[in-house]
Design a protein. Sequence first.
Length: 102
Amino acid sequence: MRISEVNITPIKPHDGLVGFANIVIDDKWFLSSIGIHTKLGGGYRITYPTKVVGSRVMDIFHPINRETSKAVESAIVKKFNEIFERSNENDRYNQISNPNKR
């Protein structure tokens, strides 16, 4: 499995949710609406979309083994961190308040 594209949409944090991710797998599958949440101890976790039908919650899609789950999570968290590192580097306030960051 090759994750060929990862797109992140940050949002205003709400109950730990900080963004959404879309990924392309093997240049054949587009998977969207993957939630990015903060973990209590630091870092991030991801959640996959669900649909409520009556009183049941049904998965729309999700990995079926730990290896795939870790690969998807790793790719999304890496891209999410890259976006915020770039954002912080370009943040003039951050550069002024932290001169060692230059």
